[in-house]
Design a protein around this ligand. Structure first.
Ligand code: SAH
Length: 241
């Protein structure tokens, strides 16, 4: 594979066939019906978001290691979470836990603007480089603790109530981080795995008239959310609730 991700046409065709199979068997047949989500899953070349030696596994029905003890989520989970955000194309989306940038790439095809926060500097740098090389120009990767949310305009000044129509947390939280609810716009959707360190429930939380309702979508298992509202502080000694 060359640096911009181009392979010879025959290899690229194999990846495309594997991707088509993934969308049909792992995603559509398991109940994801949104055409926009299915198209986005077909569009994003997942094999370019994993290391070269993982590329042959890129369309398998499982999460894959991306380094730093982190994983790129299983394709079905990526699609299910995207569908649960009910994106129509005009939204500002926050993703907490950018990892490889794969989920952010999928979301970028479904919304207007994606801000994806990653706590691991090496992963954030790699995701930023990869997304820009592949032309995903409406995604911004930020390095830091996304459990506290993120100001959409990149400035720490101004009103603290940044607003996103959709927020996705791609790591398991012990409880819903309050700042994420604050940063959710009226009518906005927050999708987040919440529970113990081994097993969680994927929750969809909707904010209306300042109040939230929630429903449980799937049982799931994610790597832990760290940071202020995660499992343990990123910086030793930093305050916790
Ligand atoms: N969505 C990613 C996979 C996420 S794995 C993809 O498509 O590849 C979860 C990621 O969350 C890991 O990369 C981990 O480093 C990151 N993470 C954990 N706690 C975080 C926090 N508080 N803020 C931002 N990122 C965090």
């Amino acid at each position: 594979m060359s640096e911009n991700g181009n392979t010879c046409p025959a290899v690229e065709e194999n990846f495309e066939a594997a991707r088509r199979e993934m969308v049909a068997r792992q995603i559509r047949e398991r109940g994801i019906h949104s055409k926009r989500v299915l198209d986005a899953m077909m569009d994003v070349r997942r094999h370019l978001f994993v290391s070269r030696d993982q590329a042959s596994q890129a369309y398998a029905d499982e999460p894959l290691p991306i380094g730093k003890a982190q994983t790129i989520s299983q394709p079905f989970m990526v699609a299910a979470m995207a569908e649960a955000l009910s994106l129509e194309g005009s939204e500002r989306v926050l993703e907490v836990g950018a990892g490889s940038g794969y989920q952010a790439a999928v979301l970028s095809l479904l919304a207007r603007k994606v801000v994806a926060v990653e706590t691991q500097p090496a992963l954030a740098a790699a995701a930023r480089e990869r997304l820009s090389r592949l032309g995903y120009s409406n995604v911004r990767i930020e390095e830091g603790d996304g459990s506290m949310g993120w100001p959409p305009d990149n400035s720490l000044e101004g009103p603290p109530t940044a607003e996103y129509e959709a927020i996705l947390v791609s790591a398991a939280a012990p409880a819903v981080p309050p700042p994420l609810v604050v940063q959710l716009a009226e009518g906005g959707r927050l999708v987040i795995p919440v529970g113990g360190s081994e097993n969680q429930e994927l929750l969809q939380i909707v904010k209306r008239h300042g109040r939230t309702t929630q429903r449980s979508l799937y049982a799931c298992r994610f790597v832990p959310l760290l940071g202020r509202y995660g499992w343990n502080p990123i910086a030793p000694g930093s305050p916790r609730e």
